[in-house]
Each structure stands twice: as C-alpha cells, then as structure tokens.
Design a protein around this ligand. Structure first.
Ligand SMILES: *Cc1c(COP(=O)(O)O)cnc(C)c1O
Length: 420
C-alpha cells in the first residue's frame, strides 16, 4: 500500500496535490512519501517478529537520498552500502557507523581503509583475495575487521538476468564448495574477525522458493563451519524481495517472507541480518512528469512524449521494466499509446501499446513505483541534468535534492588552453 491516491479527482502524495508540486518545483520530479517509507519499514520489521535477533540494513543503492536515509535511520534501520560514496552518505544521514554493512565485489584498498577508519559494523567479503587485502589494511591500522563471507549458492533467482546475483557464473560471493576452505584460511588472520556468512541472490524476486533454497544451503554451511570449530554468530540474508509494479499484481508479502525465514532459520542461533531495498522504497516514490506533446502516428498508436526520459528513470530501457503510468487528473477517457521521452534513442521508451488514461499536451502524469532504482540510476545523457527529489510528509513537502542543470555539470569540464 502507498500514499499516492486520488482525492476529488486528482492524484495526491499524502495530503499534497501532485499538481502543486509540479507547479512549484517543475517537472520531471521524483516525489517520495514519508508515510509510505515508514509504513514499509514497519511492515518489514513486523514480518520478522518470529526472528529473535535481527539487524535490518536498508540497501542504500536503491535510494540513497539523504532525507530518505534519515527517515529510515529514524526507524532503526542501518545501511547496506556498496561503495565509499554510499558509506559517506549513510554517515552523513546520521546512520551510526556500527549499523553499516559494506558489500560489493570491488571494494578498493582506499574504500576498505576509509570504512575501517569509520569503524563500520561489518564487511561482507566477496573473495579470498579481498579478505587478504582487508586483513593487511586492518593489521596496518592495528584494527580488527568484523566480516561475513558472502557465498554464491548457485541458485537461479528467476529474476531478470541483469539483477540476478546468486548463480555460479555471477560475479558475487565465493563459490559454494570453496566456502569452507576460504572461511578457514581467512579465520586464521588475526586482523579479521570472521563471524558469519552472507548471501544475496538477486532483486525483484517474485517467488520465495529460490530464496528458501539459498537459505537452506547457507544453513548447511553454517553447520559445517560450526562442526569444524568456527564460532558463527551472524548470518546476512541479503535483500531481494520483489514489489508489484502493475496494479493487481501479487507478490510474496513481507509476512510470507518473514514466516519462511523464521521456519528455515529456526535453531540457527545467530543474529540475522537483512538488506531490503526495493521492498522499502519502491512503492514510496513516483516520477512526476508533464506531457510535452502527443505525436500522431497514422493509424498506429500515438506517441505520448513526456518530459521525463530514460536518463531520469532507466529501468524500462535497462530491464524492459514496467511502470504503471497514470494521469494526475484523469478524465475517465482512455487511450492506447507509446509512452516515450525526448532522448534521441529508441531505447527511450517507457511503454509500448500501453492502455492508459487519455492525455494531451500539458497534462501531468506519474510513473509509479519509482522510489527504488529510480533517481539513483539517473545520468545526464543528452545533457538533460538531474531531476530534483521531493519528500512529502502529511500536508507539507520539501525539496530534498535540487535540480542540477547541465551548466552545473559542465562546470566541472575544462577546455585546455592549447585548444585555443
Ligand atoms: C542490491 C542489493 C540489495 C538490495 O536488493 P533489493 O532487491 O533492493 O532488496 C541487498 N544486498 C545486496 C548485497 C545488494 O547488492
């Protein structure tokens, strides 16, 4: 459930008419709902009531806006980060270092050193090579790095191949059958405190079965490690729970996920860690856009050209993803159209042959479920600048990220003198 609903015939974000935000901030603009973020954070936590000890870290890559991180930090969420930049954002948003988990296959020496200096809570080590390098850096500093070893369970998550992470030929984690050997060797390094395992098999999962299989494999590994004398106190189960992108679509609920987790992990006697991203932020945001013009196309469906584009919301171009598209002031009439942005590339298509509210030039519309993997994936392709972000809270709102015009982007560019 979200808080983007029609009242008196027009779409609101909580108690603020979207038309007002469009008027005052301009379009395109991302609009987030604080009440929705908080509701999702609460629902996900309550779904894990059956898990005695847990730590929930919001996957920052899904929506790294500082205000969003602050909202979730105040809900007691930590942060799962995958770069030094994300770590600095989480800290800047007030998330305590101890609540930060650092994942990712390409942590640089610099990033690991900074994370050690910041005293983050846990490194999810993705290879033996990384573990050795982290150990050396920590030893130099006279510090100990708390670590979980990320294993690749070789399970097909059944999601889009670009966001599948748990198959043997994906770059993530260590091969399952090599995990005990690697864990053994890394455990002998005094500057690493090997304390657990981590797994994350992909995103937008529509089925709990692959997750359950992955967790069972982790449970088996946990038993093996303990049998050979390792103390394992933490298991990070990652994120990945999908959200409905189409009205009426039904996905596994957080409650079903929580019940499965409680069942599979019963008796593990560890602190369980979670890294949800999309399920918290996805339905808490929309991309508000204005129709530039409707271009007729003979007797084929017309092109509705909106002022948002693939650089603002990349998911349709990148993954063929579906976003529901609704008029802010629907007339009740419907049309079938191709929804496209202004970018000079055919990939800049949000939807083809979409049955949607009838729209004409100047009308406002939203792409729904744009709160996760939306603004965070933006680029400035076609020199379009970056879209602003707004957070709504009841009947007030604030601009939580300014629009960045192309001038500010090319201000960082230089023409060398010798070009004349
Ligand atoms: C992307 C990612 C997540 C979050 O995935 P969602 O599908 O958004 O829940 C969690 N953990 C890791 C390691 C990730 O890379």
């Amino acid at each position: 459930m979200d808080h983007f609903e029609p009242k008196n015939g027009e779409l609101y974000a909580e108690n603020v008419p979207l038309a007002r935000i469009a008027e005052e901030v301009g379009t395109p603009v991302y609009v987030y709902s604080r009440a929705t973020l908080e509701r999702h954070a609460r629902v996900f936590r309550e779904a894990l009531d059956g898990v005695p000890r847990k730590h929930i870290a919001f996957a920052v890559k899904s929506n790294p806006n500082l205000a969003v991180l602050r909202v979730l930090g105040r809900q007691g969420y930590g942060a799962d980060v995958v770069s030094g930049g994300e770590m600095r954002r989480a800290l800047a948003a007030g998330i305590p270092a101890a609540e930060i988990v650092f994942s990712g296959v390409g942590k640089t020496a610099r990033e690991m050193a900074d994370a050690l200096d910041a005293r983050i809570g846990q490194f999810n080590v993705e290879s033996e090579e990384e573990g050795l390098e982290l150990a050396a850096i920590a030893e130099d500093k006279g510090l100990t790095a708390a670590c979980a070893l990320r294993v690749n369970p070789d399970i097909d998550a059944g999601t889009h191949e670009k966001i599948s992470t748990g198959k043997a030929d994906n770059k993530f984690g260590v091969p399952y059958d090599l995990a005990t050997g690697i864990y053994d060797r890394l455990s002998r390094l005094p500057s690493l405190q090997m304390r657990g395992l981590a797994v994350h098999i992909g995103s937008q999962l529509a089925d709990l079965a692959p997750l359950e299989q992955a967790f069972e494999k982790v449970g088996a590994l946990l038993a093996t490690l303990r049998a050979s004398g390792h103390e394992v106190t933490h298991v990070d189960l990652g994120g990945g729970l999908g959200v409905p992108y189409k009205a009426g679509e039904v996905l596994p609920s957080p409650a079903e996920y929580g019940a499965m987790v409680a069942r599979v992990t019963q008796g593990w006697n560890v602190e369980l860690m979670f890294e949800p991203g999309r399920v918290i932020a996805g339905n808490a945001g929309v991309l508000l856009t204005r129709v530039i013009r409707v271009k007729r196309n003979g007797n084929r469906p017309p092109f509705v050209v909106v002022d948002a584009a693939m650089n603002d919301l990349a998911r349709p171009a990148l993954y063929g993803a579906w976003h529901d598209f609704d008029a802010v002031r629907p007339t009740g009439e419907r049309m079938t159209a191709h929804i496209v942005g202004p970018i000079c590339e055919t990939g800049d298509t949000f939807a083809r042959d979409r049955e949607c509210d009838a729209l004409k030039a100047g009308d406002l519309a939203v792409f729904r479920t744009a709160g996760a993997y939306g603004a965070t994936m933006a680029s400035s392709y076609n020199s379009r600048g970056f879209v602003p972000e707004v957070l709504v809270d009841g009947d007030r709102y604030a601009v939580v990220a300014d629009r960045i015009p192309p001038e500010e982007i090319y201000a960082a560019e230089r023409v060398p003198e010798w070009l004349g």
